[in-house]
Design a binder for this molecule. Structure first.
Ligand code: DQQ
Length: 478
């Protein structure tokens, strides 16, 4: 599938040769990206807006960048959608928000940032989301609710029930914890505060909930939150009744340490699709020198699993990216016998592997390995701890990047294989495990030949039932 609109300028071509810059994850032509915003399918096409600093590869002067896709895989850049207006409530930044369809009028609600103030603002489009006119009555709400001592008041999820619009605003209540404040409106412009839809507690869900998103999934509702200071996105699944949300289960959306501020859309096939911001794992000077920072995750299809947890799978459209295919079955692994596929490797790969655990204490996949093994990154399952991690301690010889191991619990039922679906895209590793866990990490190998793949088992043996490795094409060149 080819791009829908020509890409303006030559920024992408200029940066394309940077060996750390992903080739099939969306990112802007250059400079800074953070949260996904305003996700919507409009007239069949997927629109992805994002927090964008168009003049530097560091956070600041936040605009809304814009891209469009017919297939969730190939994206085309569109003009900047929102820019701060001097003297207006958004003069210091157009922060995160969402877009809804108001009877055929695309309507955008975002946080206007001015000085210390964060307040909801609105804009509409009459040309299919390309240009936006800000509402003269901005801000829509003059101040946080009286009597609620809020630490933050920003980021918006909006939906309609009958004739009434509802809005969640992310907040934190001083000495209490993160909260999602619920408002209602007949027209998206006049808002009445109701109460918190849900309040967390300081100890487990942090001080401030950024980027709340709220939607039905199966016969439950899901609240996504990105709490300060946890630096990860959480999901709460539960019951929505009487305008209150009661969480019943919860979990971490992605425990690789680099996924944050997620947002979702429901598409015309009824799928709930989620994206998140993959932040960098190297110092700001290196980001500025590179001329770009921040990557969008791949689209993930959400589902409600029978045990009440969140299911996550890569969107099947990503198969459009596949090039060459190499496959193996029934490989034996132990400490003396790792498997290194001869002549197959690279820095842009899709790997699907199914392991029978055998009696191995640890097993997994290494990627971006140098032939001398001075650099490697592993996705490793620890049997005794029942945990899955990205081990980046040897990912780079460079000192200027995070080199740690980051993971969490993944319980496998007796006899359940470990199924890893790994997307390697230069400095991004995005892992889907058993349809119910995700880990995303950023790595910056320094050696040009850190391209090998290795499957390993330690402390016993394991079997690889199947291994598929595919080279993956760039989304910007064909
Ligand atoms: N990023 C935006 C805020 C949001 C934060 C500002 C989360 O609206 O709370 O760029 O990364």
């Amino acid at each position: 599938m080819s791009q829908i609109y020509p890409i303006p300028g030559d920024e992408r071509a200029r940066l394309a040769h940077d060996p750390q810059r992903p080739i099939y994850h969306f990112l802007p032509p250059s400079n800074w990206l953070n949260d996904p915003n305003g996700l919507i399918q409009w007239k069949g096409r997927y629109h992805l807006f994002y927090q964008y600093n168009p003049v530097a590869a560091r956070w600041g002067a936040i605009h809304w960048g814009h891209a469009v896709s017919a297939d969730l895989v190939y994206w085309a850049d569109l003009p900047i959608a929102l820019a701060p207006t001097p003297g207006a409530p958004d003069q210091d930044g157009c922060w995160s928000g969402c877009i809804v369809d108001d009877n055929g009028i695309p309507t955008l609600i975002y946080t206007g940032f001015r000085g210390e103030t964060q307040l909801p603002c609105l804009a509409t489009s009459t040309d299919d989301l390309i240009t936006w006119e800000k509402h003269p009555g901005n801000p829509l709400i003059a101040a946080p609710p009286p009597g609620v001592d809020v630490l933050a008041f920003r980021d918006h999820a909006v939906w309609k029930e009958g004739d009434t619009w509802y809005q969640l605003i992310g907040a934190g209540i001083k000495d209490v914890g993160g909260a999602a404040l619920l408002y209602r409106s007949p027209d998206l412009r006049a808002w009445e505060y109701l109460h918190p839809l849900c309040v967390g507690d300081l100890g487990t869900t942090g001080e401030v909930w950024e980027c709340p998103d709220f939607f039905p999934l199966g016969d439950k509702h899901v609240l996504l939150i990105s709490p300060i200071p946890l630096r990860k996105t959480l999901y709460l699944i539960g019951t929505y009744a009487g305008r209150r949300f009661t969480p019943e289960t919860s979990g971490v959306v992605d425990f690789g340490g680099h996924f944050y501020a997620s947002q979702t859309l429901r598409d015309d096939r009824g799928r709930r699709l989620m994206w998140g911001w993959l932040w960098e794992g190297r110092g700001e000077a290196a980001q500025v020198q590179a001329g770009w920072a921040g990557v969008m995750s791949l689209p993930r299809v959400l589902s409600l699993l029978p045990d009440g947890r969140l299911g996550m799978e890569p969107a099947p459209e990503l198969a459009l990216l596949r090039r060459s295919h190499h496959c193996w079955t029934d490989l034996h692994l132990d400490a003396a016998a790792p498997f290194v596929p001869a002549g197959v490797g690279g820095d842009a790969l899709e790997l699907i592997v199914e392991f029978a655990l055998g009696d191995a204490a640890e097993l997994g996949v290494k990627v971006r390995c140098s032939p001398d093994r001075r650099e490697w990154t592993s996705i490793v399952y620890d049997r005794e701890r029942a945990s899955l991690a990205i081990d980046r301690r040897h990912a780079s010889l460079s000192d200027d990047c995070q080199r740690d191991a980051c993971g969490d619990r993944l319980d496998l039922a007796a006899g359940e294989p470990l199924r890893l679906h790994i997307f390697l895209d230069r400095s991004v590793i995005e892992v889907f495990a058993n349809g119910r866990a995700c880990l995303t990490g950023r790595i910056y190998p320094a050696l040009a030949d850190s391209l090998e793949v290795e499957l390993f088992a330690r402390g016993g043996s394991a079997e690889v039932r199947s291994l598929d490795i595919r080279e993956v094409r760039s989304i910007w060149t064909s």
